[in-house]
Design a protein around this ligand. Structure first.
Ligand SMILES: [Zn+2]
Length: 158
């Protein structure tokens, strides 16, 4: 089966995985078709199983996906992102995958949201830069634990 996500999970990627376990995989996104450079820090996160959409995930896969989206988000923020987006977009690849994308400091407001990858001045690079960013993200995953269970990071309730 020719599936981009399955191929990446099997090692066909610019860098080694940011995370992998029996249920989920995360790695740096590849360049778009026809481009050589990639938006740095753009991560893909997917179930290991070739599941078509979010409605096809098992409860265990869904829990692992949520956990690793949050961990990647914290790692991207610890590596300098001013905000982290999570998108499930498109329909070309029949293997559900989540785009976890840092908004780099200085991104003009017109590129906030779904246009974040279009900012012409965004940090981009090839394999060497991707491996450097990957090392920073992996280190930040280890160093940026989440809030303690039960702690309230939202606004005060009173
Ligand atoms: Zn697949």
């Amino acid at each position: 089966m020719d599936c981009l996500i399955c191929r990446m999970e099997q090692g066909e990627a610019l860098d080694r995985p940011l995370h992998e376990d029996p249920l989920v995989w995360a790695g740096h996104a590849p360049p778009e078709e026809g481009e050589s450079d990639v938006y740095l820090g753009r991560c893909l996160m997917a179930p290991r199983r070739h599941a078509a959409g979010v409605a096809d995930l098992s409860d265990a896969e869904a829990q692992a996906v949520g956990l690793w989206i949050a961990r990647l988000g914290r790692a991207l923020r610890a590596s300098g992102a001013e905000h982290v987006y999570v998108f499930v977009l498109g329909h070309k690849v029949p293997h559900v995958h989540f785009h976890v994308i840092p908004r780099h400091p200085g991104t003009p407001r017109e590129y906030w949201g779904v246009r974040v990858l279009e900012w012409p001045a965004a940090p981009r690079g090839g394999g060497e830069e991707v491996r450097e960013v990957g090392a920073r993200i992996r280190a930040a995953i280890d160093l940026a634990p989440g809030p303690a269970p039960g702690s309230n990071t939202g606004p005060p309730s009173s």
